[in-house]
Design a protein around this ligand. Sequence first.
Ligand code: DX5
Ligand code: ZN
Length: 227
Amino acid sequence: MEYQLCPSILAADFWHLGEEIRQVEEAGVKWLHIDIMDGHFVPTISMGVPVVTSLRKASRLFFDVHIMAKEPAHLVEEFAGAGADMITVHTEACVDLDRTLRLIHEKGCKAGIAINPATPVSLLEDVLELADMVLVMTVNPGFGGQKYIPYCTEKIRRLRMMAKSMGKDLDIEVDGGINRETIHTVLEAGANVIVAGSAVFGGDTRENAKALKGIIEEYESNTGLRR
Ligand code: DX5
Ligand code: ZN
């Protein structure tokens, strides 16, 4: 299991998007979180396939595409073709989650399942074997800059236990309200892929990314020592 800081470009300055991404790359970031919103599953819209296509030409980062859309199966092929490495869909948005996850794998991407704060972790018990990652939403999806919902910590912990008992090396991603304070809580609970939007792209992007990465690395080396 590898730890990753995964900056969410939703909070970036789109006029300077290329420069913003260059700065997180300079900070040593390997993953980029790209939020796709349809205005139905979540209240607003964000970006689409052309943005992913353009970024793919300019960056070798691992593209973590978080699709917040109803019945996203019809979008999978396009995003895979545009250069997504991981495609994550919401369990609340798929009538047939099993089929959608298999489709994502068929198109050559890693498959993630996202769950909203009110969706219990236990719902994933059976389908977990098909997932490379679970994204535990720590705010209600739709907007950046919201506050971390404290009861989600227990969900992360329970999910890590569930994966361990299956002997599965599952990536657990957290998304929403992660900053220099809340990051400690999610790491302790068992998350290893840490999405951060406003905490990275508000102010000095390179320095913010370095600081958050530093916290992750320190946690990693401390747990390494504890083992
Ligand atoms: C919200 C998105 C997030 C968002 C996080 O629905 O899925 O990825 O960009 O933003 P922050 O880190 O500002 O809460
Ligand atoms: Zn997201």
